[in-house]
Design a protein around this ligand. Structure first.
Ligand code: HEM
Length: 218
Protein backbone atom coordinates (compact mmCIF):
# COMPACT_ATOMS: atom_id res chain seq x y z
CA UNK A 1 0.00 0.00 0.00
CA UNK A 2 2.66 2.49 1.10
CA UNK A 3 4.84 1.61 -1.90
CA UNK A 4 2.10 2.62 -4.36
CA UNK A 5 1.02 5.71 -2.37
CA UNK A 6 4.47 7.18 -1.84
CA UNK A 7 5.34 7.82 -5.50
CA UNK A 8 1.82 9.22 -6.14
CA UNK A 9 2.09 11.69 -3.24
CA UNK A 10 5.58 12.66 -4.41
CA UNK A 11 4.26 13.21 -7.93
CA UNK A 12 1.40 15.42 -6.64
CA UNK A 13 3.90 17.48 -4.57
CA UNK A 14 6.25 17.79 -7.55
CA UNK A 15 3.38 18.94 -9.80
CA UNK A 16 2.30 21.56 -7.20
CA UNK A 17 5.92 22.78 -6.92
CA UNK A 18 6.13 23.12 -10.72
CA UNK A 19 3.15 25.49 -10.49
CA UNK A 20 1.36 24.03 -13.53
CA UNK A 21 -2.00 23.53 -11.75
CA UNK A 22 -1.95 27.26 -10.82
CA UNK A 23 -0.85 28.30 -14.34
CA UNK A 24 -3.65 26.23 -15.93
CA UNK A 25 -6.25 27.67 -13.51
CA UNK A 26 -5.15 31.24 -14.28
CA UNK A 27 -5.23 30.62 -18.04
CA UNK A 28 -8.76 29.22 -17.74
CA UNK A 29 -9.81 32.22 -15.59
CA UNK A 30 -8.45 34.60 -18.26
CA UNK A 31 -10.11 32.81 -21.18
CA UNK A 32 -13.60 34.32 -20.97
CA UNK A 33 -12.66 38.05 -20.79
CA UNK A 34 -10.02 37.52 -23.49
CA UNK A 35 -12.65 35.94 -25.73
CA UNK A 36 -14.97 38.91 -25.06
CA UNK A 37 -12.11 41.29 -25.89
CA UNK A 38 -11.32 39.40 -29.14
CA UNK A 39 -14.97 39.70 -30.22
CA UNK A 40 -14.87 43.46 -29.55
CA UNK A 41 -11.63 43.73 -31.58
CA UNK A 42 -13.37 41.94 -34.49
CA UNK A 43 -16.32 44.33 -34.21
CA UNK A 44 -13.98 47.37 -34.17
CA UNK A 45 -12.12 46.01 -37.23
CA UNK A 46 -15.38 45.62 -39.14
CA UNK A 47 -16.89 48.90 -37.94
CA UNK A 48 -14.37 51.40 -36.50
CA UNK A 49 -17.24 53.89 -36.01
CA UNK A 50 -18.57 51.62 -33.20
CA UNK A 51 -15.99 53.37 -30.95
CA UNK A 52 -16.96 56.78 -29.53
CA UNK A 53 -14.01 58.42 -31.39
CA UNK A 54 -10.92 57.33 -33.41
CA UNK A 55 -8.68 58.11 -30.40
CA UNK A 56 -10.83 56.01 -28.07
CA UNK A 57 -10.77 53.20 -30.67
CA UNK A 58 -6.97 53.11 -30.26
CA UNK A 59 -7.38 53.18 -26.45
CA UNK A 60 -9.87 50.27 -26.59
CA UNK A 61 -7.42 48.23 -28.72
CA UNK A 62 -4.55 49.06 -26.30
CA UNK A 63 -6.76 48.06 -23.35
CA UNK A 64 -7.82 44.71 -24.82
CA UNK A 65 -4.40 43.72 -26.24
CA UNK A 66 -2.54 44.93 -23.10
CA UNK A 67 -4.85 43.12 -20.66
CA UNK A 68 -4.89 39.92 -22.75
CA UNK A 69 -1.07 39.78 -23.05
CA UNK A 70 -0.73 40.60 -19.33
CA UNK A 71 -3.22 37.90 -18.25
CA UNK A 72 -1.82 35.18 -20.58
CA UNK A 73 1.92 35.72 -20.06
CA UNK A 74 1.42 36.65 -16.39
CA UNK A 75 -0.01 33.19 -15.63
CA UNK A 76 3.36 31.58 -16.43
CA UNK A 77 5.16 33.86 -13.95
CA UNK A 78 3.45 31.91 -11.14
CA UNK A 79 5.38 28.74 -12.04
CA UNK A 80 8.28 28.33 -9.55
CA UNK A 81 9.93 26.10 -12.17
CA UNK A 82 10.11 28.99 -14.65
CA UNK A 83 10.85 31.65 -12.01
CA UNK A 84 14.48 30.64 -11.62
CA UNK A 85 15.11 30.83 -15.35
CA UNK A 86 15.84 33.60 -17.86
CA UNK A 87 12.24 33.08 -19.07
CA UNK A 88 10.82 34.91 -16.00
CA UNK A 89 13.05 37.95 -16.57
CA UNK A 90 12.48 38.08 -20.35
CA UNK A 91 8.71 37.75 -20.04
CA UNK A 92 8.70 40.31 -17.21
CA UNK A 93 10.15 42.91 -19.61
CA UNK A 94 7.06 42.49 -21.86
CA UNK A 95 4.61 41.97 -19.03
CA UNK A 96 5.19 45.14 -17.02
CA UNK A 97 4.82 47.56 -20.00
CA UNK A 98 1.75 45.56 -21.22
CA UNK A 99 0.17 45.84 -17.74
CA UNK A 100 0.96 49.57 -17.45
CA UNK A 101 -0.50 50.29 -20.93
CA UNK A 102 -3.59 48.18 -20.08
CA UNK A 103 -4.16 49.96 -16.74
CA UNK A 104 -3.62 53.44 -18.25
CA UNK A 105 -6.07 52.55 -21.06
CA UNK A 106 -8.62 51.33 -18.44
CA UNK A 107 -8.39 54.66 -16.61
CA UNK A 108 -8.76 56.60 -19.91
CA UNK A 109 -11.80 54.49 -20.93
CA UNK A 110 -13.39 55.11 -17.53
CA UNK A 111 -12.66 58.86 -17.50
CA UNK A 112 -14.03 59.34 -21.06
CA UNK A 113 -16.89 56.89 -20.53
CA UNK A 114 -19.67 57.70 -23.00
CA UNK A 115 -21.90 54.64 -22.63
CA UNK A 116 -25.41 54.60 -21.16
CA UNK A 117 -25.85 56.52 -17.86
CA UNK A 118 -26.82 53.39 -15.91
CA UNK A 119 -23.39 51.83 -16.71
CA UNK A 120 -21.48 54.85 -15.37
CA UNK A 121 -21.19 53.40 -11.83
CA UNK A 122 -19.79 50.14 -13.29
CA UNK A 123 -17.12 52.12 -15.17
CA UNK A 124 -16.24 53.92 -11.91
CA UNK A 125 -15.87 50.59 -10.04
CA UNK A 126 -13.45 49.48 -12.78
CA UNK A 127 -11.46 52.74 -12.48
CA UNK A 128 -11.34 52.23 -8.69
CA UNK A 129 -9.34 49.03 -9.34
CA UNK A 130 -7.45 50.15 -12.47
CA UNK A 131 -5.72 52.93 -10.46
CA UNK A 132 -4.33 50.52 -7.79
CA UNK A 133 -3.31 48.11 -10.57
CA UNK A 134 -1.19 50.88 -12.11
CA UNK A 135 0.28 51.85 -8.70
CA UNK A 136 1.11 48.18 -7.89
CA UNK A 137 2.91 47.76 -11.23
CA UNK A 138 5.01 50.88 -10.58
CA UNK A 139 5.82 49.61 -7.04
CA UNK A 140 6.73 46.16 -8.48
CA UNK A 141 9.09 47.86 -10.94
CA UNK A 142 10.82 49.98 -8.29
CA UNK A 143 11.12 46.87 -6.06
CA UNK A 144 12.91 44.90 -8.80
CA UNK A 145 15.26 47.86 -9.42
CA UNK A 146 16.11 47.69 -5.67
CA UNK A 147 16.55 43.87 -6.06
CA UNK A 148 13.82 43.40 -3.42
CA UNK A 149 12.38 40.19 -4.90
CA UNK A 150 9.87 39.58 -2.08
CA UNK A 151 8.25 43.00 -2.48
CA UNK A 152 8.37 42.63 -6.29
CA UNK A 153 6.50 39.30 -6.11
CA UNK A 154 3.91 40.72 -3.72
CA UNK A 155 3.12 43.83 -5.85
CA UNK A 156 3.01 41.80 -9.09
CA UNK A 157 0.63 39.30 -7.46
CA UNK A 158 -1.68 42.15 -6.37
CA UNK A 159 -1.65 43.75 -9.87
CA UNK A 160 -2.24 40.38 -11.56
CA UNK A 161 -5.15 39.57 -9.22
CA UNK A 162 -6.90 42.75 -10.41
CA UNK A 163 -6.21 42.00 -14.10
CA UNK A 164 -7.66 38.46 -14.01
CA UNK A 165 -10.82 39.57 -12.25
CA UNK A 166 -12.82 39.31 -15.50
CA UNK A 167 -13.02 35.51 -15.10
CA UNK A 168 -13.93 35.72 -11.39
CA UNK A 169 -16.62 38.27 -12.20
CA UNK A 170 -18.12 35.92 -14.79
CA UNK A 171 -18.15 33.09 -12.18
CA UNK A 172 -19.72 35.37 -9.54
CA UNK A 173 -22.41 36.44 -12.04
CA UNK A 174 -23.14 32.78 -12.94
CA UNK A 175 -23.44 31.76 -9.25
CA UNK A 176 -25.66 34.80 -8.60
CA UNK A 177 -28.03 33.85 -11.47
CA UNK A 178 -28.11 30.17 -10.37
CA UNK A 179 -29.11 31.34 -6.87
CA UNK A 180 -31.96 33.26 -8.48
CA UNK A 181 -30.50 36.75 -8.06
CA UNK A 182 -31.93 39.41 -10.36
CA UNK A 183 -29.65 40.46 -13.23
CA UNK A 184 -29.76 44.21 -13.59
CA UNK A 185 -27.04 46.78 -14.29
CA UNK A 186 -27.12 47.67 -10.57
CA UNK A 187 -26.55 44.08 -9.40
CA UNK A 188 -23.88 43.63 -12.10
CA UNK A 189 -22.04 46.68 -10.72
CA UNK A 190 -22.06 45.17 -7.19
CA UNK A 191 -21.02 41.73 -8.43
CA UNK A 192 -18.13 43.13 -10.48
CA UNK A 193 -16.95 44.88 -7.29
CA UNK A 194 -17.29 41.57 -5.39
CA UNK A 195 -15.13 39.87 -8.06
CA UNK A 196 -12.38 42.47 -7.58
CA UNK A 197 -12.53 42.06 -3.77
CA UNK A 198 -12.40 38.22 -3.97
CA UNK A 199 -9.31 38.30 -6.19
CA UNK A 200 -7.58 40.90 -4.03
CA UNK A 201 -8.23 38.79 -0.88
CA UNK A 202 -6.91 35.65 -2.61
CA UNK A 203 -3.77 37.62 -3.60
CA UNK A 204 -3.20 38.63 0.06
CA UNK A 205 -3.57 35.00 1.19
CA UNK A 206 -1.01 33.86 -1.44
CA UNK A 207 1.44 36.63 -0.45
CA UNK A 208 1.18 35.73 3.26
CA UNK A 209 1.57 32.00 2.56
CA UNK A 210 4.64 32.73 0.45
CA UNK A 211 6.12 34.88 3.27
CA UNK A 212 5.48 32.12 5.86
CA UNK A 213 7.12 29.54 3.57
CA UNK A 214 10.12 31.87 3.14
CA UNK A 215 10.45 32.26 6.93
CA UNK A 216 10.32 28.46 7.43
CA UNK A 217 13.10 28.03 4.87
CA UNK A 218 15.05 30.65 6.81
C1 HEM B 1 -8.42 40.38 -20.12
C2 HEM B 1 -8.95 41.36 -19.44
C3 HEM B 1 -9.87 42.42 -20.02
C4 HEM B 1 -10.43 42.53 -21.26
C5 HEM B 1 -10.29 41.61 -22.46
C6 HEM B 1 -11.23 43.76 -21.27
C7 HEM B 1 -11.99 44.20 -22.31
C8 HEM B 1 -12.77 45.33 -22.29
C9 HEM B 1 -13.70 45.72 -23.33
C10 HEM B 1 -13.97 44.93 -24.61
C11 HEM B 1 -14.26 46.88 -22.96
C12 HEM B 1 -15.30 47.69 -23.72
C13 HEM B 1 -14.60 48.74 -24.55
C14 HEM B 1 -15.58 49.45 -25.44
O1 HEM B 1 -16.01 48.85 -26.40
O2 HEM B 1 -15.91 50.59 -25.11
C15 HEM B 1 -13.69 47.25 -21.68
C16 HEM B 1 -14.01 48.41 -21.00
C17 HEM B 1 -13.42 48.78 -19.82
N1 HEM B 1 -12.57 48.03 -19.06
FE1 HEM B 1 -11.83 46.22 -19.57
N2 HEM B 1 -11.10 44.36 -20.04
C18 HEM B 1 -10.29 43.58 -19.26
C19 HEM B 1 -9.93 43.82 -17.95
C20 HEM B 1 -10.18 45.01 -17.28
C21 HEM B 1 -9.71 45.32 -15.95
C22 HEM B 1 -8.91 44.36 -15.07
C23 HEM B 1 -10.11 46.60 -15.67
C24 HEM B 1 -9.92 47.43 -14.44
C25 HEM B 1 -9.08 47.17 -13.49
C26 HEM B 1 -10.85 47.09 -16.82
C27 HEM B 1 -11.38 48.34 -16.93
C28 HEM B 1 -12.21 48.77 -17.95
C29 HEM B 1 -12.87 50.07 -18.00
C30 HEM B 1 -12.72 51.19 -16.96
C31 HEM B 1 -13.63 50.08 -19.16
C32 HEM B 1 -14.52 51.23 -19.68
C33 HEM B 1 -15.78 51.36 -18.91
C34 HEM B 1 -16.74 50.21 -19.10
O3 HEM B 1 -16.96 49.76 -20.24
O4 HEM B 1 -17.28 49.78 -18.06
N3 HEM B 1 -10.87 46.10 -17.77
N4 HEM B 1 -12.81 46.29 -21.29
Amino acid sequence: MTTTQAPTAARVRARARSGWPAVTGLLLLSALPILGGALRLGELGADPASAPSPVLAVVIVAHIVGMSVYCLLGAFQFSPALRCRAWHRRVGRVLIPAGIIAALASITLGVFFSGPDEKFALAMVRIAFAVPMLVFLVLATTAIVRRDFTAHGAWMTRAYAIAVTGGTQALVLIVWSILGGETSVESETWLVGVGFVINSLVAEVIIRRRARRGLRRG
